[in-house]
Design a protein around this ligand. Structure first.
Ligand code: HEM
Length: 370
């Protein structure tokens, strides 16, 4: 089973081969005490380093005094680390002046604009801090978020959170492309860890961007996207493939070839292009978006059902990038207008976070900011 080090140049959970499960949480910080915020980040760092190594938090779950609650909640005892990664981020509201950080907000950490069709709910959006926990075992991911939120008690509390199962992208070349809840392969044309030139150019913040404390970091955009799967399931296969622009069986572009063949957006038959002008892959492709690339790392979700008996299902979209304005926003603006997929999806939650570089041993995550 995989073990990923917590300390390093970059935080793990970005170019790490996407694990199968997600527990994501967004937090609001209580109060406005800067030193409390720093002590929280130190405590989170220590606990994250323990848990990613497969150890319990603090003095453990058992073996301590019987008359006090233990440091660790215990449900990951006996479980291997299962590829656990814990990735921390800072939301725009952390820089609103409460903590004396107003002058440190990176210009890249924009407030996301309103996009056509957005149906965002405040209760599923925003947050001062975020934690992305990914693992191949759902219990290990949940244990991580649970213990980190317990450590935060009195200092920060969960604003919203999301469980995800089934990764919807590959982030390394040797992973098999998984499928999303529309039944299509997702993550074929993703930025992959092996594409180091693309990763350096489009994912990691280089020295010289607006905030030097972000060097080696990245920006995370999360979107909770409800998928209207019942109408989708009544749609013909031909229409589904037209909407995506790839075939459902293999994930090959409708212009021909195999899964990893580059789509040919000009190829025509009977006078019309083989890949529809409103197909998702056409509008999301870098050619349509001034070369914008994203490292997508989303997950499927099913949160029970709504009161009409429809599954409350969708894609918890996560993308990492160096500059959200020229990457996520540019792509989403092109999708929001025309994407044939819009008839079957609804964006209901949103968050943007500055993900600082990896913590150095002996230090803590985000130390460069303070
Ligand atoms: C590609 C599904 C939302 C950006 C794809 C593909 C599928 C898909 C099936 C083709 C396989 C692949 O290359 O990964 C979906 C579904 C969505 C969704 C079901 C919503 C529920 C988004 C959003 C964005 C996005 C919100 C970004 C704003 C992309 C990009 C590609 C892609 C950049 C690759 C395009 C290329 O270079 O060929 N998506 N997607 N998708 N999607 Fe999405």
């Amino acid at each position: 089973a995989a073990v990923y080090p917590f300390y390093g140049e970059h935080q793990s959970g970005i170019t790490t081969a996407a694990q199968d499960r997600l527990h994501f949480a967004s937090f609001d910080v209580d109060g406005s005490d800067r030193s409390e915020l720093i002590s929280l980040l130190k405590d989170w760092t220590a606990a994250a380093a323990q848990m990613t190594a497969g150890k319990t938090v603090g003095t453990g779950a058992v073996g301590g005094p019987l008359d006090a609650p233990a440091d660790d909640t215990g449900e990951a005892l006996d479980l291997p680390p299962s590829g656990l990664t814990i990735t921390f981020g800072f939301g725009p509201s952390l820089f609103d002046g409460r903590f004396g950080l107003a002058g440190k907000r990176p210009t890249e950490l924009i407030d996301l604009p309103h996009f056509a069709g957005d149906a965002l709910e405040a209760a599923l959006s925003g947050g001062d801090l975020c934690i992305q926990a990914c693992s191949d075992d759902p219990q290990v991911a949940v244990h991580a978020i649970r213990n980190l939120s317990r450590i935060a008690f009195g200092r920060a509390s969960i604003r919203w959170s999301q469980l995800g199962f089934g990764r919807t992208s590959s982030t390394t070349r040797d992973q098999v492309t998984p499928r999303n809840l529309f039944g299509f392969k997702d993550g074929t044309a993703n930025v992959k860890a092996e594409d180091t030139t693309q990763v350096d150019e489009h994912v990691w913040v280089p020295r010289g961007d607006s905030a030097s404390w972000m060097t080696g970091g990245s920006y995370l955009v999360a979107r909770k996207i409800r998928m209207l799967i019942e109408p989708w399931d009544r749609t013909s296969l031909r229409e589904q493939e037209r909407v995506i622009g790839r075939n459902k069986g293999e994930g090959a572009p409708l212009s021909g070839g195999k899964e990893f063949t580059e789509p040919d957006f000009h190829a025509k038959a009977l006078g019309s292009t083989l890949i529809d002008r409103d197909a998702h892959v056409r509008l999301a492709h870098p050619d349509q978006n001034k070369g914008a690339l994203l490292l997508r790392r989303g997950y499927n979700f099913v949160d029970g059902n709504d009161d009409l008996g429809r599954l409350n299902a969708g894609l918890f979209f996560i993308a990492f990038q160096r500059d959200p304005a020229s990457q996520f926003v540019r792509v989403q603006q092109s999708l929001a207008g025309h994407d044939a997929l819009n008839e079957y999806i609804r964006h209901v939650g949103s968050g943007i976070f500055a993900v600082p570089p990896g913590a150095k041993p002996g230090s803590y995550v985000g130390a460069e900011l303070f």
